[in-house]
Design a protein around this ligand. Structure first.
Ligand code: GDP
Ligand code: MG
Length: 298
């Protein structure tokens, strides 16, 4: 008897902000390539996570959440990036939060139906339910009058249920040679990932409003023997925001920089020397030219 054929293909990861799409992609890839925080807008770009198994390879397209509000150029960019991910894929995961279905979940589902894609419903964060049977009415309600290829309750955070999910996803992929090498985990450059890790620290360490007014530009990314020398600029929209990012005596920017450096050293597997600055560019998040300069373009 011959072994089952290798399967490979692309899966879009769709859902509203904060349901755990990036956490799930990282768990399946086995490395932190996509940044995660409790705030919406953490993921602003489309990003490919490559997960290779003995039976096949999944190319997972992580996306900013699809949401109904389109306040400014940045929000429009993020919705475009999410909707664009549905093109040229073999299947989609609709990720939702266990026990909660909102209008934005409905929007994401509608976008997938329109694309006529096989859609796997991933009910994430089941670790929040001590009694798993409490999930059954939710799943019954959500799947009533909606079409899914399969339903998988998982905890991306605790890596529960992921094996069965991978099996289902691979079964939806065509027979194919692997498209990337076994050791490749993303299509994004180390330079891009470095900027994201600084932005993750902004999301985690700044209050409610400011992270949305900030972005990160990597000004320098150089190899120096075994180590990497990186210079990052945190761009904010107004002069008054600078002292908030920098903090008393520079403490906050120092903490941001050191948190990001630790993430980089783990991901890149080498020593990193990171310098971080804060500068102002008025109204960058609603300025198409500034958005392009900061990498927000398709
Ligand atoms: P995204 O916006 O959909 O990409 O969501 P993230 O991956 O950034 O996660 C949003 C928040 O939910 C973060 O605080 C995660 O730690 C948290 N989260 C993600 N997956 C799980 C899970 O399985 N269980 C729990 N309890 N929290 C999770
Ligand atoms: Mg995300």
């Amino acid at each position: 008897m011959s072994a089952a054929a290798f399967r490979a293909g692309t899966v879009a990861v769709i859902g509203r902000p904060n349901v755990g799409k990036s956490t799930l992609v990282n768990a399946l890839v086995g490395a932190k390539i996509s940044i995660v925080s409790p705030k919406a807008q953490t993921t602003r770009h489309r990003l490919l996570g490559i997960a290779t198994f003995a039976e096949g390879q999944l190319l997972l397209v992580d996306t900013p959440g699809i949401h109904g509000r389109q306040k400014n150029a940045m929000n429009r960019y993020m919705n475009r990036a999410a909707r664009g991910a549905i093109v040229d894929v073999q299947a989609a995961m609709l990720v939702v939060e266990a026990g909660r279905w909102t209008e934005d979940d409905g929007l994401a589902y509608a976008a997938l139906r329109e694309a006529k894609l096989p859609c796997v419903l991933v009910v994430n964060k089941v670790d929040k339910f001590a009694d798993k049977s409490a999930l059954l009415p939710f799943i019954a309600e959500v799947t009533r009058e909606r079409e899914f290829a399969a339903v998988h309750p998982v905890s991306a955070l605790k890596n529960k249920g992921n094996e069965a999910l991978v099996k289902t996803l691979l079964s939806l992929m065509p027979e194919s040679e692997p498209m990337y090498g076994e050791d490749e985990i993303t299509d994004r450059s180390e330079r891009f990932l470095a900027g994201e890790l600084v932005r993750e620290q902004l999301m985690l360490r700044l209050g409610e409003e400011l992270p949305y007014s900030a972005t990160v530009e990597i000004e320098r990314f150089e190899e120096d023997g075994e180590m990497l020398r990186i210079a990052a600029v945190v761009w904010v929209e107004r002069e008054g925001q600078k002292p908030i990012v920098i903090g008393k005596g520079g403490e906050r920017l120092k903490a941001i920089s050191s948190g990001a450096r630790i993430g980089m050293e783990k991901l890149f597997g080498r020593k990193v020397f990171l310098e971080t600055w804060c500068r102002v560019r008025e109204g960058w998040s609603d300025d198409e030219a500034a958005l392009r300069r900061f990498g927000y373009s398709e």
